[in-house]
Design a protein around this ligand. Sequence first.
Ligand code: HEM
Length: 191
Amino acid sequence: MINKIKALYRAGNLTTTSLLGWSVFLLALHPEWQEKARKEVVTFCGLELPTSDAIARLRTMNMILNECMRLYPPAITVTRKVKREVRLGSMTLPANMTMFMSILALHHDPQIWGEDVHIFKPERFAEAVAKATNNNAAAFFPFGFGPHTCVGQNFTTNEAKIALSMILQRYKFTLSPNYVHYPNNIQLYHY
Ligand code: HEM
């Protein structure tokens, strides 16, 4: 039981702070999106604490958070163990093999996202994910997929929306001239 609680704490802590950190960074770099997000928050929440009804209406913020997780996915791979030998396209995967599927690589693949793949463009997510991904909806998988999809997905999305709304209600922010870009992989599990 204690280990399960520790796992939830570890899985939910650095991932959410990573998402919030990169969101603030990207909004500092793109003041026009910062202003759009602030306007939306003020329209639906005023200067009050965001309610669950208001959070559900934050479409622009949803687009921004998706684009942040596309460019800087808090978890960069998902892992699967091959139970028995299996054919996958032209490959044969042996039993007991551990596979790492790179979220980061797929989120930065120009064949899926287009030549502007490295540019922050929340408007990609204005419509369905299938549209943003050139009909490869599974190629956007910041929370993994299948039976092991992140159990904290809805919780963390709401948490991030509340935190970001409260920041936007109170502050305008820009990037420090001393900032040095140094994205780093976070280690989720330290046993
Ligand atoms: C932005 C925040 C988060 C991101 C990007 C994220 C991402 C992920 C990813 C990629 C996986 C692997 C899914 C797979 O293998 O298909 C995962 C699993 C998991 N996540 Fe999250 N996560 C986040 C927040 C949270 C939070 C807040 C919690 C708990 C409160 C949580 C609990 C878990 C658990 C327990 C698993 C294991 C699920 C399983 O193996 O059945 N995560 N998460």
